[in-house]
Structure formats: structure tokens, C-alpha cells
Design a protein around this ligand. Structure first.
Ligand code: URA
Length: 236
């Protein structure tokens, strides 16, 4: 892709604005040589005002989503995009979340501009496991693990039962739940089906990928090893 289009697609401005940046000599290679609209230079070697460009197209990133942010580009209130570089809203292809977390759920959220990768992760065939930690309003009854593992639990207004899921009890009102599918408000609805109520929900891992020490509200790009971890089973 030509330089002008490449930089415009990264959200730095319209083609007209990027043309002006080129004319003004603001776009250079890593050695400071001015580039022109037809230049073909590796993404990593392009600088604007002496700074490297944003992350290259075809990326996957993780965000440590705090409670109170919505996974949407246009809802009222705080949006997860407020926590990401503002230029990402203007990128082409668009940056999307890989699935969603509810406004009141915290934890690991993936983002990508790579449609094929997004579908690969969310495809039921991939069986990517998501690990949630739930804090509950009432003590667990004791039969939840068997019910969730049964593959017969039918949620309200659904036509097919949930796939078997694994529940580990961490404390009388705390549990870890491993899901291989992602239905609407699934964790909250599963516990509601047992007469309980989720008071706090956190996604700790997707496959073997965890947040590590990424602070709440921060994001980072994934490398090839991180992406491979998404498709691996979570640690026990
Ligand atoms: N299940 C839920 O109920 N909420 C989430 O955000 C994710 C899974």
C-alpha cells in the first residue's frame, strides 16, 4: 500500500491532511530522510514528526478492562475506546473487540483490526476457553458444578442447552468458571438460573493468555506467542 493511503488508514487524518504532512516534510524514514506519497517503506521504519507510527495493521491487543466501561463505539457514558489511542477510532480496517464484556465486568478483553483473526478466535470450532471469576451474592448451593458440567442447562429464551462448563469453587461466594462459548450475559444468567446473583465478574484469561501484570485501564499489543496462547487450554 502506498504511504499516503497507509498513514491515512492508521487514522492520522484524511488523505488531504496526510498529503500536507508529506509536503511539510513531517514524514520521514527512521534515518530522517523525507518520504513522498509513493514511497514504499516498511511500517516500522516510518516516522511522523520524528516518532514511530502507531501499531501496524493486522494487530491483536489486550486491554485490562475496568468496570464501568462499555464495549461499544457510540453508547452514552465511558467507552473502552476512551482507554485506547484516539486515532484507533479512525483506523481502516476498524478496530473491534473480540466478543464483549458487560459494562460491569472487568478483565481481559482482546481487540483486533484483523477480521480473519477475530473470527478464528470466536469461532465455535476453535473452542477457545474463557476463564471468569465471579463473586456471588449468596453462598453456592453445592450442585452448581454438576449442573454447569451437564450440558443440559437451558437459559431463559434460548433454544439450545449450554455446552458443558467447569466450575471451581474458590470460597462459599467465589467461583471460577471456564466457558467454551460466549452467549449474552452468560455467566450472570448461569448463576441466576441457580437462584444466585453475580455481584462482581472478572475475566482472568482467554485460553492460556492472562493479563499478567497489566494494570487496569492499560493495553498492550500481543506478540505471536501471546496469540498462540489464546488457542491453548488454560492452566488448571
Ligand atoms: N458473562 C457475563 O455475564 N458477562 C460478561 O461480561 C461476560 C460473560
Amino acid at each position: 500500500m502506498k504511504l499516503l493511503k497507509h498513514i491515512a488508514h492508521l487514522g492520522y487524518g484524511s488523505r488531504k491532511q496526510v498529503a500536507a504532512m508529506l509536503r511539510d516534510g513531517r514524514i520521514t524514514d527512521a534515518d530522517g530522510n523525507e518520504l513522498d506519497a509513493d514511497s514504499r517503506v516498511e511500517h516500522e521504519r516510518i516516522h511522523l514528526d520524528g516518532e514511530p507510527l502507531d501499531i501496524a495493521p493486522g494487530f491483536v491487543a489486550m486491554l485490562h478492562k475496568p468496570v464501568g466501561y462499555t464495549c461499544s463505539t457510540k453508547d452514552a457514558g465511558r467507552l473502552i475506546y476512551d482507554l485506547l489511542p484516539s486515532r484507533w477510532r479512525a483506523r481502516e480496517p476498524a478496530v473491534s473487540t473480540v466478543g464483549r464484556l458487560d459494562r460491569d465486568t472487568s478483565g481481559l478483553l482482546l481487540l483486533t483490526d484483523d477480521g480473519a483473526m477475530l473470527h478464528k478466535i470466536i469461532s465455535p470450532r476453535a473452542q477457545v476457553e474463557k476463564i471468569y471469576e465471579a463473586e456471588l451474592a449468596q453462598d453456592l448451593r453445592g450442585d452448581e458444578a454438576a449442573l454447569f458440567a451437564s450440558g443440559t442447562l437451558m437459559l431463559d429464551s434460548e433454544t439450545t442447552p449450554l455446552a458443558p462448563a467447569r466450575l471451581d469453587v474458590l470460597a462459599p461466594r467465589r467461583a471460577r468458571l471456564v466457558l467454551s462459548e460466549g452467549r449474552y450475559h452468560q455467566v450472570r444468567r448461569m448463576f441466576a438460573a441457580t437462584g444466585n446473583h453475580v455481584v462482581a465478574l472478572h475475566r482472568a484469561a482467554i485460553g492460556a493468555l492472562t493479563l499478567g501484570d497489566l494494570p487496569s485501564g492499560q493495553w498492550r499489543a500481543l506478540d505471536a506467542g501471546d496469540i498462540a496462547a489464546v488457542f491453548q487450554p488454560p492452566p488448571d
